[in-house]
Design a protein around this ligand. Structure first.
Ligand SMILES: CC(C)(COP(=O)(O)OP(=O)(O)OC[C@H]1O[C@@H](n2cnc3c(N)ncnc32)[C@H](O)[C@@H]1OP(=O)(O)O)[C@@H](O)C(=O)NCCC(=O)NCCS
Length: 329
């Protein structure tokens, strides 16, 4: 049946590895504390000459290759990111130029760690209406350049990466059965990058001196609890919308925020650990890149088989959360 399908996945991570032991030399922390509280052992950090659109290009080329397509075939490019190369033009426009995707229209989506799910949902609508016949959806982040490397409470969490999928309205590939997206702007100040916008803190010497250009976690404990609840509710929403029980799901691919968050929501839903994809130990939290990176690794390592029912699920700043239910081919 002709429907919206994933016809190729790809991912890219920078070569440089920053381990917890490296962090021990930079801040007052220990490998033991980071592993115990987050599950993270190491993360990737982009080279100074690598921008978000460069990481996105690496992932996009692999997704295009897997789809058997060239950049010129693409109608729509969406990049989910909170670390675009610059405010204007968008990271998606940089990517379009770098791929030489002459026939595509391109734009960014800002929904923090849920950005990739929001991107999938937006692309799904364009493909459903028939306006476009395919889309390249990318999550790409250079988090390392928004992080205050002196703030031990937050810098340990983040990593740089990119992941991509090619969507097509066709009869080949994995079927997207649903996407659900949600926002709670009233609680949006929990994860904040205050400086550099047009609000009360445009870039100035003072804003930089006060470190307002750094990503801040406000009350991380509170976010932790909300995250567990919304991850669980999103999985339930995706399963029940498609007429399934959580026990029918073959693999959940969650945003990699914190191993304890992942374990807590899986426990709440009685999902066994074999059915939850985890790579946070190697990549940390790469925000919008985390779900497509994990999806691509699950595909290429054959963790996903024909007929598998998969839920991609995210939660992040904004606040934002949501899911995508995929029936694998
Ligand atoms: C950030 C997070 C890992 C902290 O873990 P936690 O168990 O809540 O830890 P706490 O913040 O309660 O801190 C416990 C103690 O460790 C200390 N600590 C904080 N960071 C530390 C570090 N890197 N190394 C060592 N000690 C650290 C704190 O100062 C605190 O000490 P105190 O008890 O003497 O005050 C966790 O709350 C989390 O992942 N929250 C969600 C993060 C988020 O919002 N992600 C984005 C959305 S997806």
């Amino acid at each position: 049946m002709k429907c919206i399908r994933i016809v190729g996945t790809g991912s890219y991570v920078p070569e440089r590895v920053l381990t917890n032991r490296d962090l021990e030399k930079m801040i007052d922390t220990t490998d033991e504390w980071i592993v115990q509280r987050t599950g993270i052992r190491e993360r990737r950090i982009a080279d100074p000459d690598e921008d978000t659109s460069d990481l996105a290009k690496g992932a996009a080329l692999k997704a295009l290759e897997a789809a058997g397509m060239s950049a010129a075939d693409i109608d729509l490019i969406i990049v989910a990111t909170i670390t675009p190369d610059m405010c204007c033009p968008s990271a998606a426009n940089w990517l379009q130029a770098k791929l030489d995707a002459k026939n595509a229209v391109s734009f960014d989506i800002t929904a923090a760690c849920t950005g990739f799910i929001f991107g999938l949902s937006a692309a799904q609508q364009y493909l459903e209406t028939g306006l476009y016949s395919n889309a390249l959806v990318v999550g790409s982040e250079v988090m390392g350049r928004t992080v205050n490397w002196k703030d031990r409470a937050s810098c340990i969490l983040w990593g740089d990466a990119a992941g991509a999928v090619v969507l097509e309205k066709s009869t080949r590939g994995a079927e997207i059965l649903s996407t659900h997206i949600h926002s709670d702007g009233l609680s949006g100040t929990n994860l904040l990058l205050p400086g550099g916008g047009s609000s009360t803190t445009p870039i100035s010497q003072t804003s930089v001196e006060e470190g307002l250009h750094y990503l801040k976690l406000i009350g991380p404990n509170k976010t932790f609890k909300v995250a567990v609840k919304q991850f669980a509710k999103s999985c339930e929403e995706a399963a029940s919308f498609n007429g399934y029980d959580i026990s029918d799901i073959d693999l959940v691919i969650p945003h990699q925020a914190n191993l304890r968050i992942i374990k807590a929501f899986a426990e709440r839903l009685k999902i066994s650990k074999e059915k939850v994809f985890v790579n946070i130990d190697r990549y940390g939290n790469s925000s919008a890149a985390s779900i497509p990176l994990a999806l691509d690794q699950a595909v290429r390592s054959e963790r996903i088989g024909a007929g598998d029912k998969i839920i991609l699920v995210g939660f992040g700043g904004g606040l934002t959360w949501g899911s995508c239910f995929v029936l694998w081919h």
